[in-house]
Structures are given as C-alpha cells and as structure tokens.
Design a protein around this ligand. Structure first.
Ligand code: PLP
Length: 613
C-alpha cells in the first residue's frame, strides 16, 4: 500500500485500510467503517467513495512542486497549471479543483463546446488560463472569443491549420482580439500506452511548415501579437522521464524559434503525461512511472531555462495540463463479494467399488503423489482427463464417473501446485496452475460501467480488501463482475516485481461481508463507463475527514433502472402500461397477486440496477 498510495491511504493497526487525505500525520478514517455505516443507512453497493480533500491536496502538491523547482533554478517566470476537464467532468471534481487552484491561478482546459460551457461558469482566478483544445466549429470559436470579451483569459489552441482562418474571421466579426495557442506536433514520443499521441503521426497539432504559414498569415494581418501560447502533448501516462525531457527540449527550442520569428509567446504548455504509479514499482512499466512529481517539475523548469538562456530569450510561463495525476487518487470503488465460484476437488472423495478403470487409476494417482513424483503424476492425471473426455463423447463413461475424474484431476492439480511452490523453482508448465485453481469471487459491479479502462486497455489498478489486513490471506482469486459478459473480470493484478494472475484474498466468513477497494480510479474511469447490460451509474459518497472522524457531505444515489432503460429509447410509462395490460388479461393470477406484481414492477423501474440484498 505505501508504494502506490502516495500518502493518501495506509493500513491501520486493526488491519483496516484507512484514508489519510492530509498525509500520514493528519486525520484518518477507516474505509471499512465508512462502507459499513453506509450499508447500515441502507445505501446499496457498489459505491464510489470520493475524497475531495485528496483532489485539493493534489492541486496544491503539483503547484508547490513547481514553485519549489522555480525557486531552486531561479527561473524567471511562473507556473500555471491547467486541468483538462475531459479527465473527469463531474461537478464535484471540477469545482473542487477550481477552488483549490484559485490561489495558484490554476486554470481549466476544454476539449469541446459543452466542456467550455461548463468552464466559463467557474469562479477562477482572473489570470487563470482557459484553454480551448480539440477540433472546433464556428460556435466553439465564438463561445471562446465571447469568453475573452467577458474578461476571461481564454486561449484558443489551433489543433489544425484550417482553424486559424476561422478564428481570424470570427474575431473580426466580434471585435475581439484573440489569444491564440499553437499546438506543435512533437517529433518526440512518449512511452507506455499512449506513445502514439506524440510523434509525427499524432492526430493533433501543426507541422513545422504549417506553423511558419500561420506565423506569416498572422504577421500579414498585423496579428502576430495574438500568439500567446505554444502547446504540445506527448501522451498520457508517460512512464519514462527521459521521454519527457526529450519532449521539453524540443518544445522549448520551438518556443525560442517562434520568439525569433517575432511571435510574443508567453506561455509554454507541455500538456499532460505526468504519470501515476499505479503499481508502486517506480519503473517505466506502463502502470508505473520512473520519476517523482518533484523530479518532473524540476526537469521541466531546468530544461526550459537552459534552452531559453542559451538563446537569450525570456523564460516563458510554464503550463502543464495534468489530469490523471490530479484526479486518480481521489476516488475508491468499493465492491462487495457476493459469491465464490470454486473449482472442484476440495471435497472428500470416496472411491466407489464399481469405479471405471480410468477413475480408479485417478484415485491411485491422488494417493501416490509426493515431492518426488508430482510432475509425473500430474502429467498422468492430465492425460487421464483427456481420456475421460473422449470416453464421454463416445458414450462409454457415465456422468457420475466423469464428475469424479474431474474432481480428482483438480485434487491432484492442487497437490501438485502445493508441492511445486514448496520448491524454489516450480517448472514453467505449472505456472498456469495457480490461475486454474483460483477461486472466482463474484463482485457486485460492472467492469464496463465502473472500470472501462481495465477492459479496454488492460489498465491495472491496486485492489485491496478493506479489512483483515493483519491476517494472512489463504486463498488466491480472480474477480468477476455480474454482467453477462465473460470479459467482465480481473485476472491481472499489480505486484511490485511482476504482474500477478491472481489476488491473495481471505477465506470468506459466513455472515460477514467482504469488501474490496479498487484504488486510483478517479481519472477517466468516472466518465468513460457505459451501461452494458443496463447496469447504470453507481451511487457515490462524498466524504471529508477531520480530527472528529469522517463526514458524508453528500450521497448521490445511483442511476435508477428507469433512467438506463429510457436511454435505450423506451418510455417507462409505456412499459408499465404494456405490463399492466398483460397482468389484467391473465386468468392465472389472483387479484391480490396482480396488485402485488404491478407494485413490484413499478418498484423495479425506480430501483438500483445492481444486485440487492
Ligand atoms: N492535455 C491533452 C491535450 C491531452 O490530450 C491529455 C490527455 O491525453 C491531457 C492533457 C491529460 O493528460 P494526463 O491525464 O496524462 O495528465
């Protein structure tokens, strides 16, 4: 936990996972207690716990890291952060970041008209930048320019050359002097999953010939002074600091060159990419980062300063658009285990006197397995398993015998794994055994709704039981969701030195609830999810922590079934009418049954879409 938690979570002395939004010395609360209390209040699971204090802390940490770096290297300009709202547009998220960022003039970035519409209404510091990225139509440009006219520091980033002519035309129409940003297509590429966001084949940005054309066009129109910002983005989750440094050098050189062409660029925007160390390994692995926040800030400041000083150009105001690093830590998805699917073979097996010879042989193998012969026994059991399947297909073995053979195979496999693990170097062919023998914990959630990146791009998140962390886990498990989709599962888990196929978990105790927290889910997951199988948005609790304990500031109930059904084009009253007609015409139901059923149907339409007790 300490490796990935960035000081926001820890294991308490009672074995419960705790949240510490102000770091380890500050107030804390047990996540297990919060969830248990929510349940006692009748709130159903799954639930998302949101900690706005963590969001605010991340905004401060980012700005302070740059402040320190600027001081350290005697950099002659400031830092201005920008939060790209696409990373999580939820109201609580945007408003919390805007508030925490106000003292630092932290701004917001829009990638669409709708995003700009919500940003223009935020109470930002007057100098905070509002950047408009993404492809733009006339209305987007008009909205941005009107924002500028209203006194906001709106910068329109040109993502492609053709946008320039439109910006110039509409600015003239509205009588506004635009602030223009130019997105430069970096040659340098990031590292990790989003490598292709940078480089020459990137979707966004102007090539160098296009930049020259833009400068010439603006100069001819007497508008060179409108170029305020140079922008680039090397990709999200850049795991290797060397790639970042390379990109900074390239963009800083481009800044210098633009200044030499007479463009009075003031802001140098290095985009996103500041990575989150999801697995805590501090490596360039795609779920990690081989650098710290301080190192990131220092490298950006130092390299920019070095390049500018080399050419005698003023230091630009440094801008970054960190989204993931600001939001990832603040939310925890809490899942409840509702069932366990166990492979056979843990039950005691009696050998029947009339067992089929292959089954009798399996019993012999199970009795004879030892540290000396386990590989050989496992091979024999494996081929017996195939034989039984062939016999079954030919109708030569009964279902009962086949079931026994299957249980025995798993029994032998378990013993094999146990013996192999006791040796230092288990044979390669046994590696899959652990996964085959793992329990499947059925968790009440939809991966497609709550963790779309886990499915779409194999993103890994830390997953930890919320209690019993002072007890050695005795089972290995994979996790499955409740969608009717076999892709709805977790079978890759983080580990400091490896990727695990199974998660160590505790033996469930009858009558006791077992909760798993999925951590670092605050970036992108909140807004990319879909309603596969009509599982809707889950309920969420906004939690603050102080010396007196925790407080649920707000509970946002999950989407009702009616809402998700309506999204598919149905009208809930039409559905209810059709069902009522069916019920009325039934000759089998008593009037009381009819009434009760209609009531239940109406209740379902306004109910939670997940499994309920
Ligand atoms: N800026 C731009 C232009 C982006 O495309 C992105 C995301 O890919 C970001 C910023 C945010 O990046 P991150 O979440 O890695 O900070």
């Amino acid at each position: 936990v300490p490796q990935w938690a960035a000081g926001f979570f820890r294991v308490g002395e009672d074995g419960q996972l705790e949240v510490t939004p102000e770091g380890n010395g500050g107030p804390s609360a047990s996540l297990y207690e919060i969830v248990s209390d929510l349940r006692d209040e009748g709130r159903p699971l799954p639930v998302l716990l949101r900690f706005p204090q963590i969001l605010a802390a991340r905004v401060v940490e980012l700005n302070e890291a740059f402040r320190r770096a600027i001081q350290k290297y005697e950099y002659k300009a400031e830092y201005r952060g920008l939060y790209p709202v696409k990373v999580n547009q939820r109201r609580i998220v945007v408003e919390t970041i805007a508030k925490a960022g106000r003292p630092y003039a932290h701004g917001l970035e829009a990638g669409s008209k709708a995003e700009l519409a919500l940003i223009l209404a935020q109470d930002l510091h007057p100098e905070a930048i509002i950047a408009c990225n993404g492809f733009k139509d006339d209305d987007f440009i008009r909205l941005a320019l009107m924002g500028k006219k209203l006194g906001k520091n709106v910068i329109i980033t040109l993502e492609k050359f053709a946008e320039l002519g439109r910006v110039m035309r509409i600015a003239k129409e509205l009588g506004v002097e635009p602030s223009i940003g130019i997105r430069y297509k970096l040659k340098a590429k990031g590292s990790g999953q989003w490598e292709e966001s940078g480089g020459e084949s990137a979707k966004f940005g102007l090539t160098t010939p296009e930049i020259i054309r833009a400068v010439d066009l603006l100069a001819k129109a007497g508008m060179l002074g409108t170029i305020a910002m140079l922008h680039s983005h090397v990709g999200s989750q850049v795991t290797d600091i060397r790639r970042i440094k390379q990109a900074v050098r390239e963009i800083a050189q481009t800044y210098v060159q633009l200044r030499k062409l007479g463009a009075p660029v003031r802001y140098l925007n290095l985009g996103g990419g500041l990575a989150v160390d999801y697995d805590g390994s501090k490596t360039a692995f795609y779920a990690s980062a081989n650098y710290t926040l301080s190192e990131y800030a220092e490298d950006l400041v130092y390299v920019t300063k070095e390049v500018c000083d080399g050419h005698g150009e003023p230091h630009p105001i440094l801008v970054t658009e960190s989204g993931r690093a600001i939001t990832a830590y603040h939310s925890v998805l809490v899942l409840e285990v509702v069932d366990t699917i166990r492979p056979p073979g843990e039950e005691k097996l009696e050998e029947p006197p009339d067992a089929h010879p292959v089954v009798a042989d399996m019993f012999d193998l199970a009795r004879s397995i030892s540290a000396k012969n386990y590989r050989e026994v496992y091979h024999d059991a494996f081929s017996n398993k195939d034989t039984v399947q062939n016999l079954y297909d030919l109708g030569l073995i009964s279902l009962r015998d086949r079931a026994l053979a299957e249980s025995l195979f798993y029994q032998i496999a378990r013993k094999t794994l146990k013996l192999a693990l006791e040796l230092d170097y288990p044979a390669d062919e046994l590696e899959d055994l652990q996964k085959m023998l793992a329990d499947k914990l059925v968790c009440n959630f939809s991966l497609f709704q709550s963790l779309p990146d886990s499915w779409a791009i194999k993103q890994m998140f830390p997953i930890v039981p919320l209690n019993r962390l002072d007890e050695r886990p005795t089972r290995e498990a994979t996790l499955v969701d409740i969608t009717c989709d076999s892709d709805g599962k977790f079978d890759r888990f983080i580990d400091l030195h490896d990727v695990r196929n199974t998660l160590p978990v505790h033996e469930l105790r009858p009558g006791e609830r077992y909760y798993l927290g999925v951590f670092l889910t605050g970036a992108y997951q909140d807004v990319l999810g879909n309603s596969h199988n009509l599982f809707g948005r889950i309920g969420e609790a906004h939690v603050t922590i102080d010396e007196d304990g925790y407080d649920i500031e707000r509970f946002v109930v999950g989407e009702k079934a009616r809402r998700v059904i309506e999204k598919m084009g149905y009208e809930d009253d039409e559905l209810a009418e059709a069902v009522e007609k069916l019920v009325r015409s039934s000759k089998k139901l008593t009037p009381a049954e009819k009434g009760a059923f209609m009531e239940q149907y109406a209740r379902e339409l306004v109910g939670y879409t997940y499994l309920e007790d």
